[in-house]
Design a protein around this ligand. Structure first.
Ligand SMILES: *Cc1c(COP(=O)(O)O)cnc(C)c1O
Length: 396
């Protein structure tokens, strides 16, 4: 056991993905952990029941299956502890509820995942928290926005749909100087391409629904905390009674085993498609952090180990009244790409992005923004499908 831990600590990413989490020796040699379904856990005697001094006490706190996934995520994130929640959105709302109280002020990046903004503008505001959105390019300028009652700075890089980068190191350093907790939605990069806690972030948030699942069949969120924030996060989650389901945990752990290979494939294909799009006259701009033309490229190159498979492009529309009709014609002509939300699965998806909620990172003036999730299909087939879309858009 000790040797195995030592070996894994020094091993490469794909090796670690294959072996982190459970230890087969704990389960009669079976390579995967059992799916333990359970609410009640029995105690051997009244004394143990009173002290609660045994590894498992009740199904909401942990089971061997959820523990295996949490251990794997702690390995990847370098975190002190991880809580599992039933969706990526809950992975944002739970830490916000843990660290914000009535009268507090929170700074949220303007390019944030939209349902996070909806939670802030409705429930969080109703509870007496003041929310302010900031420019993802703010960097060290975040200092001017921090008030005496600012308690939390939420980051997301690249931003949702438009992929703005953020100088996380600079923001975290200043936020900590003022006693704020720093959260980061790291769904795009996964801990394989960016490790938030190594850059000063306190709490790393993931929609495990995306790449860890990888097959568009599970909803789950994970929240991984550093030593300073772990106890409070764990307490809040216990108070709320939110927990991860054993079967979903098992499938996410299974997804992690192949995530390195899948991500590398998604990343390569997506960059090839992005470069192909960038060379076209009917594309105004491609919003992909790994392209040298992208404004946040230098930050991406400085901090990230790779790029995943989702990005956007701006269709050249000519005039505002042709924005939506052109985008609709493009989407309707696709047959390999599905029209649907979410991403991280094996199949390609396209969606017209709505940016009406933004107060700082407004929609580009040249045309509609179309987001592509590049799946594991052959790139030639993906390009042929997009070509059909462009032909239909040109006819509008
Ligand atoms: C999809 C997504 C979420 C939410 O995940 P769900 O499991 O669908 O609730 C959160 N953050 C980002 C950046 C996402 O893309």
């Amino acid at each position: 056991m000790k040797d195995r831990k030592q070996m894994l600590a020094n091993a490469g990413t794909d090796t670690r993905l294959c072996h982190i989490g459970n230890d087969p020796e704990n389960f009669y040699g079976f390579v995967n952990p059992p799916i333990v379904r359970g609410s009640t856990v029995l105690f051997p005697d009244a004394e143990t029941m009173e002290s609660g001094n045994q590894k498992y006490t009740y199904g909401t706190h942990a089971t061997p299956t959820t523990d295996a996934l949490c251990a794997a995520l702690d390995e990847l994130e370098g975190s002190a502890g991880t809580v599992l929640v039933p969706s990526g959105l809950a992975a944002i709302t739970v830490p916000f509820l843990a660290f914000l109280s009535s009268g507090d002020h929170a700074l949220i990046v303007d390019s944030v995942y939209f349902p996070c903004r909806r939670f802030c503008d409705t429930m969080l505001s109703r509870m007496g928290v003041t929310v302010e959105y900031y420019d993802p390019a703010v960097g060290a300028g975040i200092e001017a926005l921090i008030r005496p009652n600012t308690k939390l700075v939420h980051t997301e890089a690249p931003g949702s749909n438009t992929f703005e980068m953020q100088d996380i190191d600079a923001i975290a350093e200043i936020a900590h100087r003022h006693g704020c907790v720093v959260t980061m939605d790291n769904t795009w990069a996964t801990p394989l391409y960016y490790k938030p806690l190594d850059h000063g972030v306190d709490i790393s948030i993931h929609a495990a629904t995306k790449y860890p699942s990888g097959h568009s069949d599970i909803l789950m969120g994970t929240v991984s905390a550093n030593t300073e924030t772990w106890e409070r996060l764990k307490d809040a989650n216990t108070q709320l009674g939110i927990c991860g389901a054993p079967e979903d945990s098992y499938l996410i752990l299974r997804g992690l085993r192949t995530m390195g290979m899948r991500l590398a494939h998604h990343g390569r294909s997506a960059l090839a498609v992005a470069e192909w799009l960038e060379a076209r006259g009917d594309v105004a701009r491609v919003l992909h952090p790994a392209l040298p033309s992208f404004p946040g490229h230098a930050l991406w190159k400085r901090d990230f180990k790779g790029a995943s498979g989702i990005f956007s492009f701006v269709l050249e529309a000519g005039s505002a009244d042709r924005f939506k009709p052109k985008a609709r014609a493009f989407l309707n002509a696709l047959s390999l790409f599905g029209l649907g939300y979410s991403w991280g699965g094996y199949e390609s998806l396209a969606v017209m992005v709505g940016l009406a909620d933004r107060t700082i990172c407004k929609a580009p003036p040249e045309g509609p923004v179309i987001r592509l999730q590049i799946g594991l299909e052959n790139v030639e087939d993906i390009l042929a499908d997009l070509e059909r879309g462009f032909a239909a858009a040109a006819a509008v």
